[in-house]
Design a protein around this ligand. Structure first.
Ligand code: BG6
Length: 484
């Protein structure tokens, strides 16, 4: 496969929170990969900013170690790594104080794209925006990238939108949801809108139901205090799962352009019915198989926060009335497995009579791991013995279909950061979209809080709480197995 990397314009990218986990794990390694592939121009520079006094050499050594940790040896080499690190700088800046800002201002170059990545605690977003503005560091062409969580509910998201709007135009604000940068998530749009095959069937008349699963094996890790105040609904459903739901359910935008796409996603969010209490199952993992339990992980024995949630959701519009969307996500599940499965209805009549082996057509969009797309279809079982049917996958694993380069799938952050430099907001959330997503999740959370509900227990390393099975069984349906 010929590499079709298109270089971007020269830029100065300032990463606030440059010593943090996201910068070390994702942002800097992602930038290195773009550099290695020739997408970052020679004049591009990355300036990490954080509170600690650290000299540039020490910071570069830290990033070298991070890249060596997170990028496999076959995807890096000493020369490009040295060349990349020579473009990485460090500047000590106090995000909510006055120290360091003039120094940062002095480092910014004229005539290059300026982008500022807010990879810091949300409480600092407002003060960063204000200081960038007050010190004349950001100009009218500059962009800011804002990490999640974007608010904790609708009111706080709105307040944050207003704060940012005091200093930046909406076209300068890039609210990141890294799921939108995942290759297969973008592929979902290609599959739907670049083929004639699926779209005529993509509605309640032909789709029986949709399952969206984002299963993780990890627990809350070192983020216990954030996570315990958030839970799976705020941490995953309000953003990542909602975005996936929107891409599946939206009408075709007239062009693949930021507002055209985001307008259509917003309409889906607005068409979501409130979720009935009986359509939600919340779970919390318990110690099992040598793994610690949630309560211990967050050091809060009384916590009622969910580490798992499953929901039945209805999109009330002409296209989807009558097709439920089942969403589930959780930590410490039996496998890391994220996928969207669109299950089609039975053919109106079987010319083969009753056949016990009949199964529905299912389109499976596999987000991770083993990215790819599969369509399960019925065929005749080969060989003699009459007409026996069998359900088989038409399988397009990206690794197989696209060769070794297909397997080298860029990380979501790489794509999204380059989009910021290109000035393309298509894969970023608009302010009204985030607020609408909170407006839908807020009452769900308020509901279980007012009922004082405790999440059900599930053993770490399993498929989640038993009660989640019922959510589908009572509709005569089954969850797909969570398998890698
Ligand atoms: C983050 C959540 O947004 O997404 C984490 O805050 C979660 O809790 C992560 O683990 C999952 O992302 P990915 O790309 O590993 O599926």
């Amino acid at each position: 496969m010929v590499s079709r990397v298109i270089p971007v314009d020269p830029f100065d990218l300032v990463v606030f929170g440059g010593t943090g986990d996201l910068a070390r794990r994702k942002i800097l390694p992602g930038l290195y990969r773009r550099f290695r592939d020739g997408q970052m121009p020679q004049q591009a520079r990355v300036i990490a900013a954080a509170r600690s006094d650290m000299d540039e050499a020490a910071y570069r050594a830290e990033i070298r170690a991070a890249i060596e940790e997170y990028i496999a040896p076959r995807h890096r080499d000493a020369d490009t790594l040295d060349a990349f690190l020579s473009r990485v700088g460090y500047c000590a800046v106090d995000a909510d104080g006055q120290d360091g800002w003039p120094g940062l201002a002095a480092r910014m170059r004229p005539d290059v794209v300026r982008a500022f990545y807010f990879s810091v605690a949300p409480a600092l977003f407002g003060s960063l925006a204000e200081r960038l503005h007050d010190h004349g560091i950001a100009d009218a062409q500059s962009r800011i990238v804002v990490e999640k969580p974007f608010g904790n509910d609708r009111a706080s998201a709105r307040a944050l939108n207003e704060t940012l709007a005091a200093y930046f135009d909406e076209t300068q604000i890039y609210r990141i949801d890294h799921y939108l940068g995942k290759e297969t998530v973008q592929n979902l749009m290609a599959v739907r809108f670049a083929n004639i095959l699926f779209e005529p069937l993509w509605n309640a008349q032909f789709v029986d139901h949709v399952q969206i699963t984002v299963a993780e094996t990890v627990g809350v890790g070192g983020r216990g205090s954030y996570y315990d105040g958030a839970g799976a609904m705020r941490d995953m459903v309000q953003n990542h799962l909602m975005q996936l739901l929107c891409l599946i359910a939206m009408e075709p935008p007239h062009r693949f352009e930021p507002d055209a796409v985001r307008d259509e996603k917003l309409k889906v969010i607005r068409a979501l019915d409130p979720v009935a209490p009986g359509d939600i199952v919340r779970g919390q993992y318990a110690a099992a198989g040598g793994m610690t339990g949630y309560l211990e992980d967050v050091s809060n024995p009384a916590s009622r926060t969910e580490s798992y949630v499953a929901l039945r959701v209805h999109v009330s519009n002409w296209r989807w009335k009558g097709t439920p969307f089942y969403l589930r996500t959780g930590k410490r599940l039996r496998a890391r497995s994220s996928e969207i499965a669109v299950t089609f209805r039975e053919p109106p009549h079987s010319i083969f009579g009753e056949d016990a082996s009949w199964r529905e057509n299912v389109l499976i969009i596999r987000l991770q791991p083993n990215e790819g797309i599969k369509l399960r279809v019925m065929i005749k079982e080969p060989g003699p013995g009459g007409m026996r049917l069998v359900n088989v996958p038409l399988d397009m694993s990206f690794a197989q279909a696209l060769g070794p380069e297909g397997a080298d799938i860029p990380d979501a952050y790489e794509r999204l950061i380059m989009d910021v430099i290109r000035g393309n907001q298509t894969l970023f959330m608009r302010g009204d979209e985030v607020e609408a997503a909170w407006a839908w999740t807020d009452p769900v959370i308020a509901g279980w809080e007012s009922r004082g509900e405790r999440p059900c227990r599930y053993d770490a390393g399993t498929s989640g709480p038993e009660d989640a099975l019922m959510l589908m069984h009572r509709d005569g349906r089954r969850w797909r197995e969570i398998a890698p």
